[in-house]
Design a protein around this ligand. Structure first.
Ligand code: IVH
Length: 696
């Protein structure tokens, strides 16, 4: 890079302008935020060292972007500001210190904390209660008139509600008001939209934000109407004819006038509690229906807000605590296929290593062959990579405009990469499979890994390395062979002395006593995890009875649907599996449930429970037994009919989210024990029984 600083600065400005345009005007960025920030940082540092090179039109001098030509321009009567960023708790504390310095150390502060939903900001003008104009934020000064498109959003009132006052707030209709908020798309709806676009051969959006922006900025309002856009209000611009004095009061007022406000907004007088709530948010991020890129903390009082004023573009009275990014771009180096324990081929993307929310990501899922072809993902493409919580990182789609023509179209290999058997695809299924269930070494290795894993037979000291060794040495041909391994077989295991070998053999032997539920999980039947296995144990009480069960009998169990029932029946019908189970039983693996506990009571008669997370004082199996012994039932998934979700630490996102959706009361261990007490319990009004550890 022998550019002079002046050349480099000019090149950077040009790139940044192009990226700004792609992001703000075309809603189609081709670099990640991190790459953009790096360019911006480089330009800033050149300009800091050579102030004479600063030009008035440098991207460092301006935030946001001018509106496109597609829509009429609207000048915002009061600028739409942006927000200063905090990246950790210390930044937020520093912000509060500054607020106190400006207002005086003894100022009484009240805060609101609101999720920062990742969409795009808009301003809606109402005159005498009627919606007359809606505009995008644009560069904050001038936006675009998208009134016709906004009219198609069901969540935007065309007329303000005149009746009903919420929390005693002013319920008058203002002569004029500008309501500000965010247009966004839910994650599930975004994914469905992408499926639809991919199937129609159209370009998929990289994330819900771009999808929302692109959907709103359509020339044809009918297209906008067909998109799952939602709106929530979080602020007001100029208004006349009403009195509003605080952020919290404004939210309540807007709610009363028919505007959706975020139900997770909270008001705090205690700063530490506000911070704790922010931390909760960071953890809850994975169970939300929409993307949040942070939380916004605002000083509640409008009087104090006015006193604090604005610095540059950012109000001093608010700050955005940004969460680590979970999406970035990288280059797809190669596509390989992983063979799963049921023979399913999962294409795996090898990407140039990138840091994604603090984790180096080298591999990402591509789901299946259709996913790749529908999105036209090619080897060599720049791709958008996403990682959310525990989910394996996956590729969202290619950045088509970054192609240089050398990209290669990929195809699913015709044969299994491990055993060479021609792959098959069942009618109506997306998955390609290796049909060599009994003989494919890769499938057996995966099955062994699953069989010995913690939630299954939990055999300490047996992992991938040992599984590969046993299979490659021909020591085992199926999982039951684990129980015939002998000392001499293990002698060749690298790094294994007499002691380690004997420990491993003991661990294998001891695993024969695992409860029936674990044995069922260990078999690795498709869709059968712990909760389904628990339900099967309760109903059939032995492997042989389960093996003889009909699909209808299985389907009749609470919490087990037809798809799961069909999969279980298919598993037990296959002769290889029946032989395997008989072999396991013959080798002494437990095949019957422990004797059913004597009924201890009927306090829970007719009540259905679902269990999630790790309980502190008992295992989930013990909790299930306890519930059953008191007449209750444990099922696998939360439905409207579930009475309680028994919740431990690190609960599963789906169960928790469903419980919240259906209003199923949450119960912790203490709450369960209380239900079993002699006093007939009544759930409190808020539907939360017991002390819920809110570490979600
Ligand atoms: S307040 C002066 N509240 O974040 C304060 N903004 O970086 C202006 N956003 O342009 C915004 N959720 O698009 C506010 N609860 C919330 C928000 C929110 C999302 C977005 C909005 C704004 C950007 C500022």
């Amino acid at each position: 890079m022998s550019d002079t600083p002046i050349q480099r600065a000019e090149a950077l400005r040009e790139q940044l302008r192009m990226h700004n345009y792609r992001y703000h005007v075309l809603d189609d960025p081709i670099v990640s935020d991190a790459e953009y920030d790096a360019l911006m940082r480089e330009l800033r540092s050149i300009e800091a060292e050579h102030p004479e090179l600063i030009t008035p039109d440098s991207p460092t001098r301006r935030v946001g972007n001018a509106p496109s030509e597609k829509f009429a321009k609207v000048r915002h009567p009061v600028a739409m500001l942006s927000l200063g960023n905090a990246f950790d708790e210390a930044d937020v504390r520093a912000w509060r210190e500054r607020v106190l310095r400006l207002l005086g150390e003894d100022a009484q502060l009240t805060f609101t904390v609101e999720p920062k939903i990742d969409g795009l900001a808009i301003a809606l003008t109402y005159v005498n209660g009627a919606f007359v104009r809606g505009a995008t934020r644009g560069d904050g000064e001038v936006g675009e008139d998208v009134t016709a498109n906004l009219r198609t959003l069901a969540s935007i009132p065309l007329v303000m509600l005149a009746t009903g006052s919420s929390d005693g707030a002013d319920s008058a209709i203002p002569t004029s008001i500008e309501v500000r908020g965010e247009v966004y798309m839910r994650i599930a709806e975004f994914e469905r939209l992408n499926e639809r676009l991919a199937a129609a051969g159209e370009r998929v959006a990289a994330n819900p934000r771009n999808a929302a922006a692109g959907s709103l900025r359509q020339k044809d309002a009918a297209v906008t109407a067909s998109r799952p856009l939602r709106f929530f209000a979080y602020a007001v611009g100029p208004f006349e004819g009403i009195a509003l004095n605080s952020q919290w009061g404004t939210l309540q007022y807007l709610k009363g006038r028919g505007f959706p406000i975020n139900r997770d907004a909270r008001q705090f007088t205690d700063f530490e509690e506000a911070l704790a709530y922010c931390h909760d948010w960071m953890r809850r991020r994975d169970v939300l229906e929409y993307e949040v890129d942070g939380v916004v903390i605002k000083i509640d009082s409008f009087g104090q807000q006015r006193e604090l004023g604005v610095a540059g573009r950012d109000p001093r009275w608010a700050i955005a605590w940004k969460f680590p990014a979970r999406e970035t771009t990288s280059r797809l180096i190669n596509i390989t296929v992983n063979v799963g324990r049921t023979g399913v081929m999962t294409p795996n993307a090898e990407i140039e290593p990138v840091n994604l929310g603090g984790v180096m990501v080298r591999n990402a899922s591509l789901h299946n062959a259709d996913y790749i072809s529908q999105r036209d993902i090619r080897i060599g493409d720049y791709v958008t990579v996403k990682r959310a919580g525990d989910v394996i990182p996956y590729i969202i789609g290619p950045i088509v405009d970054r192609r240089d023509g050398t990209e290669q179209v990929w195809q699913m290999p015709a044969t299994c990469p491990d055993c060479g058997t021609p792959l098959e695809r069942a009618e109506g299924e997306v998955a390609w499979r290796c049909p060599n269930v009994a003989g494919c070494p890769a499938q057996l290795i995966r099955r062994v890994e699953h069989f010995v894993s913690r939630g299954a037979m939990d055999i300490a000291g047996l992992g991938e390395k040992q599984a590969v060794f046993f299979v490659e040495q021909g020591l085992i041909k199926d999982i039951a062979d684990l129980y015939v391994l002998q000392e001499k077989d293990l002698a060749a295991l690298e790094g294994y002395g007499a002691k380690k070998i004997s420990n491993l053999l003991t661990a294998i032997e001891e695993s024969k006593q695992r409860p029936l539920t674990r044995v069922i999980v260990a078999l690795g039947i498709r869709f059968v995890g712990e909760s389904v296995a628990q339900a099967l144990t309760q109903r059939f009480r032995s492997l042989l009875a389960l093996m003889a069960a009909t699909e209808a009998e299985i389907d009749a169990i609470d919490g087990i649907g037809p798809e799961i029932a069909a999969s279980i029946e298919a598993y037990f019908q296959a002769p290889v599996n029946r032989a395997l189970i008989e072999k396991l039983i013959g080798l002494g693996v437990r095949s019957e449930a422990e004797a059913q506990a004597e009924p201890l009571g009927d306090q829970l008669a007719g009540q259905t429970f679902v269990i999630t997370g790790t309980l502190a004082g008992m295992s989930r199996e013990q909790a299930a037994e306890l519930i059953a012994a008191h007449g209750g039932k444990v099922t696998g998934s939360v439905t409207k009919k579930t009475h309680y979700l028994l919740i431990g630490s690190d609960p599963g996102g789906t169960k928790y989210a469903k419980a919240v959706e259906f209003g199923v009361p949450l119960l912790d261990e203490a709450g369960l024990l209380r239900l079993l007490g002699s006093v007939e319990p009544t759930p409190p009004d808020d539907g939360v029984v017991g002390q819920i550890a809110m570490d979600l």
